[in-house]
Design a binder for this molecule. Structure first.
Ligand code: FE
Length: 188
């Protein structure tokens, strides 16, 4: 794991949101930054650990990093943003942060398989991307998913992700998360 200056990575993340956070989020009525802040706020409200709050805040950072327009799902392209985010963050953070983030797409496929009513609550954009992502998990894929040490956190993150799509919701801003980002990135 690379030794990086804690301030540097936190500033890099804040800069990424400043430059790309206004991008639309997958055809939903929120920007990338609004979505991230709502997901992190839900994590905090549920008393999640620091690492899981950061994972919720950064779960879609792959979208900000790879710079693909958000309508790529409409073009039948899966951007694999969860892998982009995981690879980038694994330089700076451990699996308690990166694994729920990496698994948040698989968590949707898992929940669609094990909880049939879950898919009823998905937004149209989320249903469309589900097809590109491979649809509900098979029995084998369910068992493989449950081998990840942090898969339960990924399921929690997924439910916050699904709810974090409310337009004009007032939640704490990005600066609110600077202390928790410093704690998490300073600890590795
Ligand atoms: Fe998301």
């Amino acid at each position: 794991m690379a030794q990086v200056n804690t301030m540097q990575i936190v500033d890099t993340i804040v800069d990424l949101f400043a430059t790309r956070g206004g991008d639309a989020y997958l055809g939903e009525p929120v920007s990338q930054q609004e979505h991230a802040l709502q997901a992190a706020h839900l994590a905090e409200l549920e008393g999640a650990t620091d690492t899981l709050v950061v994972s919720a805040l950064l779960h879609d950072i792959g979208h900000l990093l790879h710079g693909q327009p958000e309508h790529i799902a409409d073009q039948g392209i899966n951007g694999h943003h969860e892998d982009v985010g995981e690879v980038w963050l694994s330089e700076f953070a451990g699996p308690a942060v990166t694994e729920p983030l990496m698994l948040h797409v698989g968590a949707k496929r898992y929940l669609c398989a094990v909880e049939p009513e879950y898919s009823d609550g998905l937004s149209p954009a989320s249903v469309k991307s589900l097809r590109l992502q491979g649809g509900p998990f098979s029995e084998e894929e369910i068992l493989a998913f449950e081998l990840y040490p942090h898969y339960r956190d990924a399921l929690r993150l997924r439910r916050w992700d699904d709810q974090a799509k409310i337009s004009d919701l007032t939640v704490p801003d990005l600066e609110h998360y600077r202390p928790v980002l410093k704690r998490v990135f300073g600890a590795v």
